[in-house]
Ligand binder design. Structure first.
Ligand SMILES: *Cc1c(COP(=O)(O)O)cnc(C)c1O
Ligand code: SF4
Length: 456
């Protein structure tokens, strides 16, 4: 096994978030035109904004701003708010309105932006001793999702993120759990669960000490059936220092080794949006170090207009990933929330991008599946476009489903060149109706606000 000894004697850059409060003091602010600065100030009153010096210095190409993909991914753009919303917030800032008034208007607009994507308010929350376990989702038989309460923020925010509501703290939208004991008790009762997925926000925002508490609890001898621990993270792209030069990076590597020595498969589900995220020395060192612990890295991301809506971008990303030892996993379709009108790509275009990229890479990168929509009944995979009785149809399948019997059976929807999400599709034939399930009211009473599509 390769042992990477990196992180000693190198420049240790400490993490510092860039937000609306301090962005004007960064060296890059001077590179933005007055219009672009205004857009950052206005849009960030409603949608969350967070960046950091590494993203700004190494990943954004300021010569290409505003079209640069990493700028689009991390900086608020004027088009992300509806014109009327933009003007409202612009006027308030112009008039030097009070914080209270700005916050009140911002909240009113936020509630119009579908903060609970796909209507997932009450589904998938499991119970233990008759009580719900908040911060846990059990949707598919084998896999339990856990949202550690200490991991609900990120090293930078993606402008498209469907978890935006929790970052701006809209009342009642937070969903996280501190109670690892309850999760462990639940897992002991459910020997069919093989996978636990820590997600967020970004669990890698946690210090190694805090993360250790969670992971050690999952190494309980009575949880031998939990074979796989996945950690969804964008830190590999936004703050690779976490794995290389942060003060507790070495401890983190020892912790990963401990999980692997415990006979578990440890997988970092790396959220990579663009090949530039893999281009820096430190991002490559991070991958090398993680792999040296015996952990695996998989790559997944949504397809986002202006960021990665082009086959070459994905082919390049998967190829580079494979070279560095990351395994291409999913391409997702962007969810219906926040600034989706700005980022959305028609399903047919998503399929073309996927197919174009897939055709350009070798078999080792073809472990990837997509484009995939995380919908109420399951993960719907767009396989392509075909014809039934001379009528064009989408060919679809479930990669994951609440009802496991639906998985991997091709089914058909009427072709619609404008459709961007599953709920706009209609069954092509009578037989296909069984695949179009609608949510039923749930028995669980606690509000569930985050339906993960595992992009981190
Ligand atoms: C995608 C997903 C999973 C994991 O599915 P895999 O196909 O095993 O990666 C688990 N739970 C939810 C809610 C998901 O969306
Ligand atoms: S997509 Fe992931 S990394 Fe990006 S803001 Fe959302 S939770 Fe954070």
């Amino acid at each position: 096994m390769i042992r990477a000894h990196i992180g000693h004697g190198v420049n240790r850059e400490r993490f510092r978030a860039v937000t609306t409060a301090n962005v004007a003091r960064t060296p890059e602010w001077a590179l933005l035109s007055p219009e672009l600065r205004e857009a950052v100030n206005v849009v960030s009153t409603v949608l969350p904004f967070r960046s950091n010096a590494y993203v700004m210095r190494e990943l954004i190409n300021w010569d290409k701003v505003p079209d640069d993909p990493m700028y689009q991914l991390t900086f608020p753009q004027k088009g992300m708010l509806e014109k009327e919303h933009y003007e409202t917030m612009w006027s308030l800032l112009q008039a030097d309105a009070s914080r209270e008034l700005i916050e009140k208007e911002a909240n009113r607009i936020r509630l119009e932006l579908n903060p609970h994507p796909a209507g997932q308010m009450t589904h998938n929350v499991p119970t233990y001793n008759d009580g719900p376990i908040p911060g846990v989702q059990h949707k598919y038989r084998e896999t339990v999702l856990f949202f550690p309460s200490h991991g609900q923020t990120c090293h930078a925010y993606c402008t498209f993120c469907f978890r935006w509501a929790q970052f701006v703290g809209v009342e009642g939208l937070k969903f996280a759990n501190n109670d690892i004991e309850l999760l462990v008790a639940y897992l002991k009762d459910h020997p069919g669960v093989t996978d636990v997925l820590l997600t967020g926000g970004d669990p890698m925002i946690m210090s190694t000490k805090v993360l250790r508490r969670y992971l050690e609890a999952l190494m309980d001898p009575e949880l031998a059936h939990v074979q796989t621990i996945r950690i969804g993270t964008k830190a590999v792209a936004y703050w690779p220092q976490r794995f290389v030069t942060d003060p507790d990076a070495d401890d983190l590597m020892r912790l990963f080794e401990q999980v692997v020595d415990n006979s578990k498969h440890l997988a970092l589900m790396g959220h990579y949006s663009h090949p530039v995220e893999l281009s820096t020395d430190i991002a490559q060192k991070a991958l090398l170090r993680i792999r040296a612990t015996g952990a695996n890295i998989r790559m997944q991301s949504p397809l986002i207009r202006y960021v990665n809506d082009d086959p070459n971008t994905w082919a390049d990303m998967w190829r580079t990933g494979v070279r560095l030892g990351a395994i291409p996993y999913y391409m997702f379709v962007e969810r219906d929330t926040g600034a989706r009108h700005y980022f959305e790509v028609p399903l047919v275009r998503a399929w073309e991008v996927f197919q174009g990229a897939y055709q350009r890479v070798s078999g080792l990168a073809r472990s990837v599946r997509g484009p995939s929509m995380s919908t109420f009944p399951g993960k719907v995979h767009v396989l392509g476009v075909s014809e039934i009785d001379d009528e064009p149809v989408f060919v679809l399948e479930y990669l994951q489903a609440r009802n496991p019997r639906l998985v991997r059976q091709p089914f058909f929807a009427r072709f619609d060149p404008k459709a961007v999400w599953f709920d706009e599709l209609v069954p092509a034939t009578e037989r296909d109706r069984a695949f179009f399930l609608k949510p039923k009211p749930s028995l669980n009473s606690i509000p569930l606000t985050i339906e993960s599509n595992l992009i981190v």
